[in-house]
Design a protein around this ligand. Structure first.
Ligand SMILES: NC(=O)c1ccc[n+]([C@@H]2O[C@H](COP(=O)([O-])OP(=O)(O)OC[C@H]3O[C@@H](n4cnc5c(N)ncnc54)[C@H](OP(=O)(O)O)[C@@H]3O)[C@@H](O)[C@H]2O)c1
Length: 290
């Protein structure tokens, strides 16, 4: 049976990737929205969508994602990342809709030495991380049928991100300084979008259960921002020297975790999804950008 999927924040990186992937999923009918026609902070706005048609799933791609700006804009970050999610939860409960929500590796403080599993203690250092963690708690406490996917270092051919910034700056300058002491894993938003849609499709066909809870998803592998930048220059064929620097020499308003590699075993074992290696996905994305 055809299922209606409401995608919020669909003009962002992940939302755009889901738009592109949508035509591969024949039994899913997508309703793509962004703040101009569905502001998740306005509960009446959201309810209108539920009263005009049945919504089977929400994929919430809407968020306040400006990590540094959030430090001085708590109210805006809180409104979108917390109040917005509260609204989606309230309506999911009222209309028995399943929710897929995206969270972040920045809920961790980065003191781990091995990849984070879903049950590891959270301790966000940034306003952004705190608001995203608050939203996770609201979802979990509501006991609605929801999947929370924490991801990291998201990039895409859409929107603004590290890959596009490096390509632009690398073409303008002979050398760039990039931090080497923050370790994580890049995630191609295309791969995350595909994982989400595969989970939804399989659960609608009853191949797998929509098992609620928190899951980690990034690409496979590990790198620093420095290694990431070097690989971007290599794949984009840009001759720009990358110098490794320490975070202390690149001060930012928000404190970020030094280590935020995510363990993906749970999502792989629960759902039948494949996860590409980060360099392979980066190659695919750069092909689209240049
Ligand atoms: N980017 C990363 O590195 C990263 C890392 C880990 C986790 N995540 C999480 O992954 C998810 C997707 O991230 P992304 O990079 O695709 O984000 P994004 O590109 O910033 O897209 C977010 C979208 O939500 C829209 N939006 C803002 N306020 C809204 C509102 N009140 N109602 C409806 N839509 C609203 C934004 O519109 P405007 O642009 O007009 O504000 C934008 O189109 C987010 O939950 C994010 O927290 C991201």
């Amino acid at each position: 049976m055809m299922q209606n999927i409401l995608v919020t924040g669909a003009d962002g990186q992940l939302g755009n990737e889901i738009r592109n992937l949508a035509s591969n999923y024949n039994n899913l009918n997508f309703i793509f929205t962004d703040v101009n026609n569905l502001d998740i902070t306005n509960i009446n706005d959201v309810e209108e969508f539920f009263t005009s048609q049945p919504i089977d799933y929400i994929i919430n791609c809407a968020a306040y994602t400006a990590v540094d700006k959030a430090e001085s804009n708590y109210n805006s970050a809180n409104l979108i990342n917390v109040t917005g999610v509260k609204n989606l939860v309230a309506l999911s409960k009222k209309y028995s809709t399943k929710l897929i929500h995206i969270s972040t590796d920045y809920v961790f403080d980065g003191t781990n030495h091995k990849p984070y599993v879903e049950t590891d203690a959270t301790n966000p250092d940034s306003v952004y991380g705190k608001t995203k963690l608050e939203a996770e708690k609201i979802i979990l406490n509501s006991a609605i049928n929801a999947i929370i996917i924490r991801t990291s270092w998201l990039y895409s051919s859409f929107g603004n991100n590290f890959v596009k910034t490096m390509i632009r700056l690398g073409s303008e300058r002979n050398e760039l300084n990039v931090i080497f002491d923050q370790i994580g894993t890049p995630t191609y938003a295309f791969d995350l979008g595909k994982a989400i849609l595969d989970i939804v499709e399989q659960s609608t066909q009853n191949n797998i259960k929509f098992s609620q809870g928190i899951y980690h998803f990034s690409n496979h592998g590990v790198c620093s921002w420095y290694d990431f930048a070097i690989e971007i220059m290599k794949l984009a064929n840009i001759n720009c020297k990358i110098n490794p620097i320490e975070s202390k020499d690149y001060p930012t308003p928000a404190k970020r975790p030094f280590y935020s590699v995510l363990n993906k075993s749970k999502i792989q074992n629960t759902f039948n999804i494949s996860i590409p290696y980060w360099k392979d996905s980066l190659r695919q994305c750069i092909k689209k950008i240049i």
